[in-house]
Ligand binder design. Structure first.
Ligand code: ADP
Length: 364
């Protein structure tokens, strides 16, 4: 009889132990999931006070790990987002309450209501807030809108010139000489627009990685550099700039992209040079690397501008350019995009009044 009772007690004890370990397992599993998601998670009471939060929340809001009991207004200051959270909780609606910015970063705040049927089990948790880092999406959207703004602005000035000159050409009393000048100006402005559009198309193609797999050909960089120099000679001659090329190198890539790369760097080296200046293209290679460097004796770039000159449409000072070559702030953006696409590195050394050296280093 006693043995039977002992057996029953043992069976009950083992059942309790199993249940406890199941519970512990469930608890650990939940904890593991909450602590290992990239999102910040906060569980809140009906009084908008924190009941549970994960480490990501402490990182985002730079608080101590345990913030149980503090009101949500302490973390989220944005009135609009707070208002939307409180409204959604009142209405029992799951919503995206909006975006907040904390220390230069942007986060989306989603609100998830715990249904009445779950309220008991969730031990007073009324709703959850999920905080997702959307900084890169927000920056991308900002870049895109800036790009459109800048692009339309850049296109507008030559277009305004074309409209003005063509209107002038319609004046009957205009002399033949002035009419010819107007036609020339219209031609120049349309050329500027065409160059700009061509550069925008190049960037668009690079963005959509259409050239991604075209990196198989052995490209003779010496041959390309000489072609570039030959094409730009007339313009360089106009301000008495001498160009030369030294060394040899071959890279696996797309010849058109290599041409664009060298051509954009050499054009800049001429554009921002001084009368009687020099441009030197140096090519070299080792077992591991291929180097292209373009050195000029030009105006140089102020230190503070160097980190930004590869941004789309960024110009230090358009009045620097002394040649007929256009300046639209896209040349280096294209160079940087190609360099990144090849996993290469772009180095810029410059001293104002002395000159600049742009070096591209490819890994072999
Ligand atoms: P842009 O069409 O204006 O030349 P880039 O993107 O090629 O556009 O260059 C961005 C800016 O960087 C230029 O407007 C110029 O101010 C500066 N820059 C580029 N290359 C040089 C250089 N070799 N020497 C001095 N300044 C340069």
């Amino acid at each position: 009889e006693i043995n039977k009772i002992v057996d029953n007690i043992n069976a009950a004890a083992s059942k309790i132990s199993n249940t406890l370990s199941d519970l512990r397992y469930e608890q650990n599993k939940t904890k593991f999931i909450i602590e290992n998601v990239a999102q910040g998670i906060i569980a809140l009471s009906g009084q908008n006070r924190v009941l549970v939060s994960n480490d990501v929340i402490a990182e985002i809001f730079e608080t101590r790990a345990n913030i149980v009991g503090i009101p949500i207004d302490y973390l989220i200051k944005d009135e609009k987002v707070l208002g939307e959270i409180k409204r959604a909780v009142g209405a029992g609606e799951n919503v995206t309450a909006g975006e907040i910015s904390v220390a230069d970063k942007y986060y989306r705040v989603d609100c998830r209501i715990v249904g009445d049927e779950m309220f008991e089990e969730f031990k007073d948790i009324k709703y959850f807030l999920l905080i997702t880092d959307v900084t890169s999406e927000a920056n991308l959207a900002k870049m895109r809108s800036e790009f459109f703004f800048n692009a339309s602005h850049e296109l507008k000035s030559p277009l305004t010139a074309i409209m003005g000159f063509s209107e002038l050409m319609m004046t009957p009393e205009l002399s033949e000489e002035n009419r010819a000048q107007c036609a020339k100006d219209i031609h120049e402005s349309s050329k500027r627009m065409a160059t700009l559009i061509e550069k925008m198309i190049t960037l668009g193609k690079l963005d959509s990685a259409q050239y991604a797999e075209k990196k198989t050909e052995d490209v003779d960089l010496r041959k390309i550099s000489e072609e570039v120099i030959k094409r730009l000679k007339v313009i360089a001659d106009s301000i008495n700039v001498t160009m030369s090329c030294e060394g040899e190198a071959t890279v696996k890539g797309d010849p058109n992209q290599m041409y664009t790369l060298i051509s954009n760097l050499v054009s800049n080296a001429i554009k921002y040079n001084k009368e009687n200046g020099t441009v030197l293209v140096t090519l070299s290679q080792t077992d591991d690397t291929v180097k292209i460097s373009v050195k000029d004796s030009g105006v140089g770039i102020p230190k503070k501008d160097i980190p930004r000159i590869c941004e789309r449409f960024y110009r230090v000072d358009s009045s620097h350019s002394k040649t007929s070559l256009d300046s639209n702030g896209l040349g280096l953006a294209i160079v940087k995009q190609i360099v990144d696409d090849y996993g290469a590195e772009l180095k810029i050394d410059s001293t104002t009044g002395v000159g600049s050296t742009f070096t591209i280093i490819f890994k072999r």
